[in-house]
Write a protein that binds this ligand. Structure first.
Ligand code: SF4
Ligand code: SF4
Length: 150
């Protein structure tokens, strides 16, 4: 989103705008994996910053907001946007979603990311999911399983 979101963060987006490409924005009728029409990536970011939708105002990826997410997850470099959310599920309390840029299909399989995703999937009541285009994988400590997207 390129400038500070309204929620508290520990880092700065800098030249990154990757969430404006990878994530869907219902208020803008923007699908995932397509640049928002209002974004100038690497050239100032959001062109409607003052009037951007509330979804955009509230959003901060977990690299931006969570100290536990390492510096190497910077989306501009890792080509992945990580979102950690609390769960409302019988089985899970934490959801770790990794959205992979279509231009870097193997980014999540590279190290140190892959081993880190496996480690995270071993945490109690934690579900780690990788999204790439129309494909989704569930990470397990020793493998990944491709699943049909709901
Ligand atoms: S993906 Fe994260 S770091 Fe990049 S613009 Fe969005 S909130 Fe900022
Ligand atoms: S409106 Fe602005 S902040 Fe929201 S997705 Fe588009 S470019 Fe990004």
């Amino acid at each position: 989103m390129s400038e500070a979101p309204s929620r508290q963060t520990i880092r700065a987006c800098g030249a990154c705008s990757l969430c404006c490409k990878l994530l869907p924005i219902a208020a803008l009728d923007k699908p995932h994996d397509r640049w928002c029409l209002h974004c100038r990536p690497g050239n100032g970011g959001c062109t409607i910053y003052e009037t951007r939708p509330q979804t955009c105002r509230d959003f901060a990826c977990s690299w931006l907001a969570e100290p536990a997410v390492g510096e190497h997850w910077y989306p501009l470099k890792s080509k992945m946007v990580v979102q950690i959310t609390g769960g409302h599920d019988d089985k899970y309390d934490i959801f770790i979603d990794v959205h992979v840029d279509k231009g870097a299909p193997d980014a999540w399989r590279a190290e140190p990311y892959y081993s880190e995703l496996q480690r995270m999937s071993a945490a109690h009541r934690t579900l780690v999911r990788v999204f790439f285009g129309s494909r989704t994988w569930i990470m397990l400590p020793d493998q990944e399983i491709e699943v049909k997207r709901a």
